[in-house]
Each structure stands twice: as C-alpha cells, then as structure tokens.
Design a protein. Sequence first.
Length: 85
Amino acid sequence: MRKLTVTADDLGLSSGVNEGIVEAHANGIVTSASLMVGGGAARDAAAAVTEYAALSVGLHFVADRSVDLDDLAQAERSFLEQLER
C-alpha cells in the first residue's frame, strides 16, 4: 500500500498560516508540518499542534542574512539554536 505524506511549510509564520495548516490537518489533508521557530506566531503554532498527536512536526531551518552558510560552524550553531528552541 502506498502512503502519501503532505507536508505544510511555514508553520509559525503567522496566525493565518497556522490556522490553515491545522484546518488542513483536521480535514485529513496535511500529515506533517515544518515549524519556523523564529516566526512571529511560532509559540501559538506549538501550542495549537499539541492537540493533534497525529501531526508530525519538524524544524523548518531558516538561515537569515546574519548566518553565513559557507561557514559550517556558524551554520551548525544557528541550526542547533533553532532545533533547541
């Protein structure tokens, strides 16, 4: 049997994005989401998804302009900070 995974991007970006992702999951469309921990609505997103145990949530790594991705140590620090958050 095949299984389709539908991942919603940008969870935590805004309240509207959060609402859309939660609604899509509740209606059986979205099976996973990537959380932008630095997004303006990240805390609200984290609180909202606790009610949906079947929704897989992963990290949406965001490298802002202050992160030099060519500097692997700096990129790793930024990633780990976001993962910890």
